[in-house]
Structure formats: structure tokens, C-alpha cells
Design a protein. Sequence first.
Length: 196
Amino acid sequence: MSRNPRVDAYIEKQAEFARPILNHIRDTVHAAGDFDESIKWGMPFFLYKGRPLANMAAFKAHAVMGFWQGQQLREGDARHGAMGEFGRLTSVADLPDRPALIELTRKAMALIDEGVKPVRNKTVKEAIPMPDDLAQALAANAAAQASYDAFPPSAQRDYLEWVVEAKRPETRAKRVAQAVEWMAEGKRRHWKYESC
């Protein structure tokens, strides 16, 4: 069993109600097998054979715990209202009992051993038609048009959404001008956050 001091620090800085929940989850998961711990996306993760097995987190008024392959594990029997399989946790009593949680953890380990990949729900978004004002601005700037055409559909959609969501004509005009400027430089809509 490998306990990570960063997870200790994470638990220690949480609200008083959350610490017993997180410690209980941690102890119970470790009772099921040998795991490494890490912090990913700002929350503690349990890793099995180098792959994510489960995670836990604490928020202002609740904690959560989830399995990376939770959909296969619980077969859709999850509580709603929070991430994870068990809904909003405000006390240890909100979790399954220790033997049941150990059993779920072992089932999650078996899924990894069997090479089962996590199921991810993919939603197909409706296409956004190219607005006339953006189309005209791109047609007037060959570099911007070339960048737009080379972007993957998600990057194109980011610009289209940004322009069409503007409520005032002045805001929309500013966004079209800014979009064309950034695209002429080969930048995606969220370029500021891509390589920090």
C-alpha cells in the first residue's frame, strides 16, 4: 500500500465534516488491494496497475467518491446530484458499508485486469451554421480563413459559439473582429489556456 503525502495534505485541509469521510474511503479502498495514490485534476486518485481506479474529493458542503469505470461497475445505479456513484456525501453513513465498498473496489480492479475501457457518454452537438458576418470577415482575411479551415471541428465550434452567443450587435462585431485577428495568427479561441 502506497500512501502519498500530497493526499494526506489534501485531506488535512478539508472541512471537519469531510476528513472522516475521506479517511474512511482511503482506508477502505486500501483494504481491497495494493494501490498507488496521486493527485489528478486537483483531487486524490487511487491507481491500480498505473490506471485510475477511483477518486474522491471534498467540497464546501459535501464529499464525493467515484470509480473510474463506475458505469460498468454500478450498471447505471448511481445517485444523482453529485459526481461519483454515491451522490453527495455528508457523513460516512452515506457510503455503502465497508464490505460492500471493498467488493466494489475489487470489481473495479477486475475490470482493469480484464482490459475493460471506461464507458464515456458522447453527446452529439447540433451543428452551428456559419454566421454571415463571420463568413464575410474570414473571406476578407486569407490567413484567418486558412486557420479556420485547418482547425478541428471543436475549435471551429468554439469560435462559432462565441460569436453567435453575443447578445448585443456591438459585442458581436467586437467578437468577430477579435476572432479574425486570432485566427489570422493561427490561434484557437482558448489559446491563452493551451500551453501554460
